[in-house]
Each structure stands twice: as structure tokens, then as C-alpha cells.
Write a protein that binds this ligand. Structure first.
Ligand code: NAP
Length: 283
């Protein structure tokens, strides 16, 4: 039976370390601040924003919510971001995605000052991640790396397979694994013979978004399986991409909920603290 990698516990450790750093920053006169923009009334976005604000409060980061109506125009949204870019006491800015139509996610990401882009979605920060010289962590992939490190799972020389090639998960995940000297394969919907590619993996990361997508036949016995997926099963219960039977084959497995999800938020907090440290250095 696979060993469960407890993301909730590990995220708690990270948050406790960040709380100490935030206390020191506050003593030096800088309280980290994260501005969160939410447009419209998407219930999932509301839950994500509330969770992020709660996590900020837990470590002593001030959060500022900017709730805009669904009929906000592109110009109004960009003006809001511009104002936050210029606000000295705001360290990080995130705009909860997806935005209601016809707002343009890409233009919004490009408008956030790279120095405040704590989601690390801006092309400038993506470029830094690609080069391997970056301050802002890509939150979900960095959360996965932190889970591996704190479980003493080494990556160097391992065969790693990432299923999914999105800009926010799959691609940066592959980069971080590569930076740590893994041999990395990225799979997607056009990959031929996905099952046999996945079976090669010592570390298999699934970021697809489909319940029960990763089955036992796709997993090498003893492999580390990281489930990034966040889906609802037919009973409406939160689940990942990995079928329950995989626990019989894998060596390690992250649960959903309580695996990668809490780590993503912890890495967002870490990025906000990094931005605040930079503000202190520039005092
Ligand atoms: P996405 O942009 O929809 O990407 C999904 C990827 O899966 C695509 O690259 C797609 O391939 C690939 N895919 C779809 N069907 C496939 C198939 N049959 N075989 C192989 N690959 C297939 O999603 P995302 O934003 O990366 O998110 C993925 C999942 O992670 C979602 O469930 C999301 O909710 C979750 N997520 C969780 C966290 C967290 O903190 N836990 C954070 C972010 C996302 P193509 O490119 O060829 O279409």
C-alpha cells in the first residue's frame, strides 16, 4: 500500500516557517501584503479567494480584496491593476482566473508588474523559470517539489513523466524537475501509447483534470504518484486524477484533497514574502 504524502501537514510546516519570516519583516517595518482581485460571482473563484485570504491571515500577511462586478470592462480592470502596481505597500497582486467573458486573461496577466506577479504567470517570470534563475516560484509545481523534498524523495537521475502541458502546471512542472536533473517526459492528449510512457515513470505527475484518469496499469510498481487534478466525481465529491486502485501499486501517493492543493497556497504565500523582502531591501 502506497505511503500517503500528507500535503496538509507539510503545508502547515511551510506556513509556520513563513509566519516566523513575516514576524521579522513586520519588526523591520514591512508587513507583506497580497492584493486579490476577483471579478464576478463564480462560486469556485469565491472559495479559492477566501482560502487564499484565510491562509494569508494565518501567517500574518495582510490581504486586500478587490471585488469587481461581472460587467467590469477590460479598461476598468487594467486601471485597477495599474493602481495596485503603483501602490507601494502592495507586494503581490493576483487576479483570480478564469475571468468572466469577454475579459482577456492574457492581457490581465501581462498588465501585472513582474515584480508583484506572485502567481509567476507573467512572461518575464516564466522566462526566468525556464532559465532556472527565478525569485517567484510557479506555485503548484513548486508545491510538488516541496512535497518531494520534504518526503526525502530525490529527483536527480529519475525518469519523471508529467501528464498535462498547461502553462500553469505541466510545463513549469517539467522545468522544475529538469532543473533538479530528472529525465523528463511531458505527455498530453496527443501522446501515443500513454500507458507505456507512464509506466516508465519513477515519478508520475498527473495534471489532466479527469477523475480516475490514472489507472493501476499506468503505474510502475513502487513509483511516486503526484495527483495535481482537482475534479468532482459522480457523487459530487472532490477527487484527483488518480483512481483509488493506484494506492495498491504506487510506493508514494498524494491524496486529494490534502495533497498538492494546500501546497499551492503555501507557495503563493512564500512568493508574497519574497516580494516583501525585496521591498525591505529597497527601503
Ligand atoms: P488544463 O489547462 O486543462 O490542461 C490539462 C492537460 O491535460 C492538457 O495539457 C491536456 O492535453 C491534458 N490531457 C487532457 N486529456 C488528456 C488525455 N486523454 N491524455 C493525456 N493528456 C490529456 O488544466 P490545468 O490548468 O493544467 O489543470 C489540470 C488539473 O489540475 C485540473 O484538474 C485543475 O483543477 C488541477 N489544478 C490543481 C491545482 C492544485 O493546486 N491542486 C492547481 C492548478 C490546477 P492537451 O494540451 O493536448 O489538450
Amino acid at each position: 500500500m502506497a505511503i500517503c504524502i500528507d500535503g496538509k501537514r507539510i503545508a502547515g510546516e511551510v506556513r509556520a516557517e513563513l509566519a516566523t519570516e513575516v514576524r521579522k519583516l513586520c519588526e523591520a517595518g514591512v508587513q507583506p501584503c497580497l492584493a486579490v482581485i476577483i471579478v464576478g460571482d463564480n462560486p469556485a473563484s469565491r472559495i479559492y479567494v477566501n482560502n487564499k485570504k484565510k491562509a494569508c491571515a494565518e501567517v500574518g500577511i495582510r490581504s486586500e480584496e478587490i471585488a469587481l462586478p461581472a460587467d467590469t470592462t477590460q479598461e476598468e480592470l487594467l486601471a485597477c491593476i495599474k493602481a495596485l502596481n503603483e501602490k507601494e505597500d502592495v507586494d503581490g497582486i493576483l487576479c483570480q482566473l478564469p475571468l468572466p467573458s469577454p475579459l482577456d486573461d492574457k492581457a490581465v496577466i501581462a498588465a501585472i508588474a513582474p515584480s508583484k506577479d506572485v502567481d509567476a504567470f507573467h512572461a518575464e517570470n516564466v522566462g526566468h523559470i525556464m532559465i532556472g534563475d527565478y525569485a517567484f516560484l510557479p506555485c503548484t509545481p513548486a508545491g510538488v517539489m516541496e512535497l518531494l523534498h520534504r518526503t526525502n524523495i530525490s529527483v536527480a537521475g529519475k525518469e519523471c513523466v508529467v501528464i498535462g502541458r498547461s502553462n500553469i502546471v505541466g510545463k513549469p512542472m517539467a522545468m522544475l524537475l529538469l532543473h533538479e536533473n530528472a529525465t523528463v517526459t511531458i505527455c498530453h492528449s496527443r501522446t501515443a501509447d500513454l500507458e507505456s510512457v507512464c509506466r516508465r515513470a519513477d515519478i508520475l505527475v498527473s495534471a489532466v483534470g479527469r477523475a480516475d484518469f490514472v489507472t493501476a496499469q499506468m503505474v510502475k510498481p513502487g513509483a511516486v504518484v503526484i495527483d495535481v487534478g482537482m475534479n468532482r466525481n459522480k457523487d459530487g465529491k472532490l477527487c484527483g486524477d488518480v483512481a483509488p486502485e493506484v494506492a495498491e501499486v504506487a510506493g508514494y501517493l498524494t491524496p486529494v484533497p490534502g495533497g498538492v492543493g494546500p501546497m499551492t497556497i503555501a507557495m503563493l504565500l512564500k512568493n508574497t514574502v519574497t516580494a516583501a523582502k525585496r521591498r525591505l531591501e529597497n527601503f
